[in-house]
Design a protein around this ligand. Structure first.
Ligand code: NAG
Ligand code: NAG
Length: 466
């Protein structure tokens, strides 16, 4: 039913905007129908990252891919209903309800999880959302405004115009068919990226326009082939130059695009390191910058280093690990520190996994990884002390990452950990907290839930240290 209301409202809005196209109508209708049915419309315009949805089974080291917890405080659903704080982002696929007694929104995991298809659905939704923006018809600000207004009117519209709407507007399926009949030519990703790069590079563009161009580019360069095109079009060079823009917001978004283009894309990784991206990113992390800029720089750094031992060697040579360690000496940077620890964890695990694999075709890679000398730097820079300090953070996901890092550092740091009285106190505290939460989870019928997993991680560390 809400879908109908959304469509009617949008149709009206679009007509007045005089830019009505069936495509946009279709896109808006599909998009807003799904967002409304989630009952978290304000979130539907924010980006939900796949990595927030994906179950991290421990096979692949945790990274943020393109997640950005700074822009988005993420709610971690369990199988129990939990209150969602204002501004918190709820991962796609969660069930959301309004608690009528408290007026709070609550969310939990759906009964039968199908994370994969949810993630897919979210990608599609995100793409549809982007298509709106690509048509230059509405900015995301305008969309947000319209959505807020729509929310306001929702109730009234539902009761007063329901029948009228039913008569006037056709179901989405029908719209789709008509859209296909029109056979509207869609722009290719290449054409769109070309336009966005020009927009970003043009001296006639305003700062906002440049940021918007980068924001949209970030979406396209996720695809491996698009990222290669982005490279051949000269876009990569432009965003690397963008890293030393005087505008913080440009630096931030340039790093965001760079990180997305680099993710699992060896060709782009090689070009980026040759183009001086590593030095520029380290300068950003090491110098006084807004946190948002540093976060994106860490994201890009992680994408540049992962699965690329040559870059990891250069990183160590340039004192990169020392730069990350420096984050711990600044106040109020715990989120950045968690990212730094996650990056270190990824590098260690990556090296371990490769050295464990016996395939002969890995020999060259193994040789390369041998040259990545992490251990001396980790010991010299006192990471054995810095990492467990972060366990005192209140967020479960931060603790989860730090617990993993503590486990992986165990061989190297065991003696330091044993002598760390703050660590043993924190572990005791975490243990009782997660025992309680895991018991609640079990009562809820969830035998191996999230808190059980965290409890297991705490217990195994305690065992290792006893
Ligand atoms: C960016 O603009 C400059 C100067 O206008 C031009 O020479 C250059 O080719 C452009 N780069 C790209 C990648 O479009
Ligand atoms: C950009 O950064 C590089 C080093 O990272 C530096 O040599 C260069 O002077 C910087 N350019 C500007 C315009 O700040």
């Amino acid at each position: 039913m809400r879908g109908w209301v959304a469509m009617s409202h949008w149709a009206g809005l679009l007509c007045t905007a005089a830019k009505v196209s069936l495509l946009l109508l279709l896109v808006s209708a599909v998009f807003f129908q799904s967002s409304l049915s989630d009952r978290v419309p304000e979130f539907a315009l924010t980006k939900i990252e796949e990595s927030d949805i994906k179950d991290d089974s421990g096979k692949e080291p945790i990274t943020d891919d393109d997640a950005d917890p700074e822009d988005l405080e993420v709610f971690y659903p369990t199988h129990q209903w939990q209150a969602v704080r204002p501004g918190q982002a709820v991962p796609a696929g969660s069930h959301v309800r309004l608690n009528l007694q408290t007026g709070e929104r609550e969310a939990r995991l759906p009964d039968s999880e199908s994370g994969k298809s949810d993630a897919k659905e979210e990608k599609r939704r995100r793409r549809l959302n982007k298509m709106d923006i690509d048509t230059n018809s509405f900015t995301s600000q305008e969309l947000k405004k319209a959505l807020a207004k729509m929310k306001e009117n929702e109730k009234a519209e539902r009761t007063a115009h329901e029948e009228e709407v039913r008569k006037k507007f056709r179901p989405i399926e029908q719209l789709k068919e008509e859209f296909e009949k029109l056979n509207v030519k869609m722009e290719t990703d290449y054409e769109i990226m070309d336009k966005l790069i020009s927009k970003f590079n043009s001296s006639a563009s305003t700062l906002d326009e440049k940021v918007a161009a980068l924001y949209d580019l970030e979406y396209y360069v996720h695809q491996v082939d698009n990222a290669k095109d982005f490279l051949s079009m000269g876009g990569l060079r432009l965003v690397i130059e963008g890293l030393n823009s005087t505008e913080a917001v440009l630096k931030e978004h340039a790093a965001f695009v760079l990180g997305a283009a680099l993710s699992s894309n060896p060709k782009v990784q090689v070009e980026a390191i040759e183009g001086g991206a590593l030095q520029k990113l380290l300068v950003i992390v090491a110098t006084e910058q807004p946190q948002a800029v540093k976060k994106k720089a860490l994201f890009a750094l992680s994408s540049l280093l992962r699965h690329f031992p040559y870059a990891q060697q250069q990183f160590l040579k340039l004192g990169g690990l020392q730069v990350l360690r420096g984050l711990f000496r600044q106040p109020g940077t715990s989120a950045l520190c968690v990212r730094a620890v996650t990056l270190l964890y990824d590098l260690i695990v990556e090296k371990m996994l490769l050295e464990d694999s016996q395939h002969s075709d890995h020999m060259e890679k193994v040789q390369q990884y041998r040259r990545v000398q992490l251990v001396p730097a980790v010991l010299e820079q006192d990471w054995c002390v810095a990492v467990p300090g972060l366990l005192a953070l209140p967020e479960h996901d931060a603790r989860e990452k730090v617990l993993k890092a503590v486990s992986v550092l165990m061989e190297l740091c065991r003696e330091r950990f044993r002598g760390d009285t703050a660590l043993s106190a924190t572990l005791g505290m975490l243990r009782s907290e997660y025992e309680e939460l895991a018991a609640a989870e079990r009562r809820d019928g969830d035998g191996d839930g999230y808190f059980q997993e965290l409890l297991g991680a705490v217990n195994s560390i305690v065992r290792e240290l006893s």
